[in-house]
Design a protein around this ligand. Structure first.
Ligand SMILES: [Zn+2]
Ligand SMILES: [Zn+2]
Length: 396
């Protein structure tokens, strides 16, 4: 009965997903998706609050009973990317230069499917929170919702989220205990020397040798500082100095890049040693260094018990054979922000089709990518199963 109801809702949800896909917006400008969600929730009589972290929405659905006094949260992100769509789908983006190339349109439609289902059934003992989050793509939307008092205003005991996964076949689920996706930090280092005539070097403090030394030194942060059984990446992606003139020594150089780790202790270490290396390299050449190290998002670290709940729920829907171990990746997801403050787990739900030219098989962030609507009922049922087992009604 549950599967049939979810499938019938998902037929409509495919249209919602495609409407969302046609109207992508980025980084706290997701007014279309936010309004769309609020219109649906209003029509279904589900209480919600909006404008949390600009465009965020949180809906609350009460179970038939609340003897447990517990609440469980599910999260969907709503934002798109600055990509010009080339999917050729009839529902392709109407907004030039913007595209739902990460499938957050599908995540939003999944949570709406769940909302519709739970508002018709209420077959749980406790409270379900549905979190529609802005600005996952580089905007720290999860953190901004937490800063806006998410936990105090809409308390919950555990939280779950998913990402569609074009790298795995439809009908499979994949997660892992512990680190799943990496932290994302960026840094900018400014080396300040004394510019001047390239033929009268005694009057200058040349920052280029300092920058070259520093680029080499930073490469050793991972190989010489991080334990060999831990993963981390330090990539210097820009190094700029000089004006293009052959006869001018530059008095200023900037380096920037990204740092990925799975442990906060490794972030602390890398930041501390990066500062020391920058100051040391500058000192060697009579220059000074300023380091701006910005912690953007926490790693996604799944809680063991929550992963077990996820695996039990997924196995019930697709069988143990379709439950695959997730190989941790150095990509980031700001869902990690929620997992820093509450137990929970993130899971990948496969969406690839057997046909090699399927738009659902393109990598995330490809201009040809498209969310696979066929996973909508499965993803919603996975959440429904979690809600109904984690808040199992004992006496209804
Ligand atoms: Zn993305
Ligand atoms: Zn995404």
């Amino acid at each position: 009965m549950r599967t049939a109801l979810l499938h019938s809702i998902a037929t409509e949800a495919t249209e919602w997903r495609r409407t969302l896909h046609r109207n992508p917006q980025t980084m706290y400008e997701e007014t279309f998706a936010s309004n769309f969600v609020c219109e649906k929730l209003t029509a279904w009589g589900i209480p919600f609050e909006r404008d949390i972290a600009v465009t965020g929405v949180v809906a609350t659905i009460e179970g038939r009973r609340n003897q447990s006094g517990r609440a469980i949260a599910f999260r969907a992100d709503m934002d798109a990317l600055d990509i010009t769509e080339a999917s050729g789908q009839p529902w392709a983006s109407h907004n030039p230069g913007k595209m739902h190339a990460c499938g957050h349109d599908g995540h939003t439609a999944t949570l709406l499917t769940l909302a519709r289902y739970l508002s018709q059934t209420h077959n749980f003992d406790g409270t379900v929170r549905l979190i529609f989050q802005p600005a996952e793509e580089g905007g720290r939307g999860a953190f901004r919702m937490l800063d806006a008092g998410l936990l105090e205003r809409f308390p919950f005991d555990e939280i779950y989220g998913y990402h569609n996964w074009p790298f795995l076949p439809r009908g499979t689920f994949s997660t892992v205990v512990g680190p799943m996706l990496a932290s994302v930090d960026d840094f900018e280092i400014e080396l300040i020397g004394r510019g001047g005539h390239a033929a009268m070097v005694e009057h200058t403090a040349d920052v280029l040798p300092a920058a070259a030394t520093l680029v080499s030194a930073l490469q050793t942060l991972v190989s010489r500082e991080i334990a060999a059984n831990q993963a981390a990446v330090v990539s210097i992606t820009n190094c700029n100095a000089g004006t293009g003139a052959f006869n001018v020594i530059s008095g200023r150089a900037t380096l920037n890049g990204t740092v990925r780790t799975f442990r906060n202790a490794d972030r602390d270490l890398i930041e501390r040693r990066m500062r020391q290396m920058a100051e040391g390299a500058a000192l060697m050449y009579g220059a000074t260094a300023k380091v701006d190290y910005r912690r953007l998002i926490d790693p996604v670290i799944n809680h063991r018990e929550a992963v077990e709940h996820c695996q039990t729920a997924a196995a019930k829907l697709v069988g143990d054979a379709n439950l695959l171990p997730f190989q941790p990746m150095m990509g980031g997801e700001d869902f990690g922000g929620f997992l820093s403050v509450r137990p929970g787990a993130f899971i990948a739900i496969g969406q690839a089709e057997p046909e090699s030219d399927s738009p659902h098989n393109y990598t995330l962030h490809s201009p040809k990518y498209d969310f696979n609507d066929r996973i909508l009922p499965l993803a919603a049922e996975y959440f429904a199963e979690l809600a109904e087992t984690r808040l199992r009604p004992t006496n209804i």
